[in-house]
Design a protein around this ligand. Structure first.
Ligand SMILES: *Cc1c(COP(=O)(O)O)cnc(C)c1O
Length: 458
């Protein structure tokens, strides 16, 4: 078999690792819509954004034209501690499925944060340090981003204040302790440490919190404490830029073995791993050099792409952040409490939203029991216990491989295995006990949130 020439794992040498991030916006003819000032509805200026975000990151956020940004030496040194991440050929899974498809995954879970989030955390912390700041604030849901940021801040000697969605704070005490071990302070959100937190607590006593609410608190703390800025782990253009390291490495590894993927699949919460994974491939597609079928996978209980609308919306519950044009379910939307699989954000990266709107990527949604079935199947043959988020991509990769079994097509499928699931064992327990159920919001429910979208004529 020709296949046997391809090793299980394709690694890059250190000197083959990317030296610049790739900005896919540079190759988009129609650019993603700008962030708007919620007061004036005019595009946010660098000066306005600089109140909340670090200087260099603001430049990256606003730059739709520069194709490559050099990765600073210090960040590259940090990357070398846990990168390059392997591109793995899922021979065992292929065999188990009996498919002629060739399945590859890019595994980002080989660091303590257990996810790809460290790729952007170290970049954002680096620019904060470069600016001479004392520290950064952020929110975290499941905890991967908070962990990644605390690791990066510990490395660069920055203070790190994390607002953790209350339900996760209580359900994932181990994540919390990892963050504290790295020196971060972790506050359950909503809290009484901020004005917006107090307001939300007064309006919704006993609330479990949400990402949107934790973002509002973290932003408030950043703008009211000198020497602090806010950093965000997904959604923003700058985060997709940093995450392009995933796709650039994957592309280089494929080039090394002379293989071209036909199909690229990734889970989509705020869109950062998928955006990063597809970047260089999408660049080729936009320039007309190559074609790839790209599929974003989201939970049926939080279906921003497949059932949301493309409109300007608030990024947070407190409405303190700029407005972003994105596929959204409405900033008040919170997925049902029985949803265990992550990817809970109400909106989606403006870059991916624009690509989706132009028909350059597809999207599909999957139910969580089917996601955990795929996770179990994958764990049993490939050895890695996947994060529930990543397992959305596994589900669709398996389904596509099974389609190939029917048609006899030998498609090459690449999916993003964003992380490990060691801190998601309550969710696995529910699944193993047969107590996991699926919740799909009704059209009426979704309409209720949609009505509250800000009226922006842009
Ligand atoms: C955060 C996270 C995601 C989803 O975020 P994106 O910005 O959509 O990539 C997916 N997988 C893991 C393991 C994560 O930690």
């Amino acid at each position: 078999m020709a296949n046997e020439k391809i090793p299980y794992k394709v690694y890059l040498e250190e000197h083959e690792m990317p030296k610049a991030w790739y900005n896919v916006r540079a190759d988009m003819k129609k650019k993603p819509a700008p962030l708007l000032n919620p007061g004036t509805l005019e595009p946010m200026t660098a000066e306005e954004l600089g109140v909340v975000f670090c200087e260099d990151l603001v430049q990256q956020e606003l730059d739709n034209d520069t194709a490559y940004f050099e990765i600073p030496e210090e960040i590259r040194e940090f990357y070398k501690m846990y990168r390059p991440s392997p591109l793995v050929r899922a021979y065992c899974l292929e065999k188990k499925l009996g498919t002629p498809a060739k399945i590859y995954y890019k595994f980002e879970g080989n660091n303590t944060s257990g996810s790809h989030k460290l790729n952007s955390a170290i970049a954002q912390a680096y620019y904060a340090k470069k600016q001479g700041l004392k520290g950064v604030t952020t929110e975290t849901g499941a905890g991967q981003w908070g962990t990644a940021l605390s690791m990066a801040c510990a490395y660069l000697d920055l203070d790190c204040k994390v607002y953790m969605v209350k339900v996760s704070y209580e359900q994932k005490p181990f994540r919390r302790e990892v963050m504290r071990t790295y020196g971060a302070s972790v506050t359950p959100s909503p809290s009484d440490t901020t004005e917006i937190g107090k307001k939300i607590l007064a309006e919704h006593p006993g609330t479990n919190g949400s990402l949107g609410c934790a973002i509002s608190e973290a932003v408030e703390v950043a703008v009211s404490n000198p020497g602090y800025r806010y950093v965000l782990g997904s959604v923003l253009n700058q985060v997709l830029l940093h995450q392009s390291v995933i796709g650039l490495e994957a592309k280089a590894a494929f080039d090394k073995i002379g293989v071209k993927p036909d199909m690229i699949i990734g889970c989509a919460g705020g869109g950062s791993n998928l955006g990063g994974l597809i970047s260089p491939f999408m660049g080729e597609k936009l320039r007309g050099e190559n074609d790839y079928e790209i599929i974003a996978v989201e939970p049926a209980s939080c279906p921003s792409f497949t059932r949301g609308v493309y409109a300007y919306d608030f990024c947070d519950t407190g409405m303190v952040c700029p407005l972003a044009k994105m596929y959204t379910l409405g900033s008040d939307f919170i997925p049902s409490p029985n949803h265990a699989g992550g990817l809970r954000y109400h909106g989606m990266s403006p870059v991916l939203s624009e690509l989706y709107d132009q028909g350059l990527i597809k999207a599909t949604s999957v139910e969580q029991t089917a996601v955990f079935e795929a996770a179990e199947q994958f764990a049993r043959c490939e050895g890695i216990l996947p994060a529930p988020e990543s397992s959305h991509a596994i589900r669709v990769a398996i389904d596509e491989a099974l389609k190939c079994k029917e048609t006899g097509e030998e498609k090459t499928i690449l999916f993003g295995l964003t992380g490990t699931g060691y801190f998601d064992l309550y969710a696995y327990q529910k699944f193993n006990d047969g107590q996991m159920d699926d919740y799909i919001p009704t059209d009426e429910e979704l309409a209720k949130y949609r009505e509250k979208l800000p009226k922006v004529d842009k």
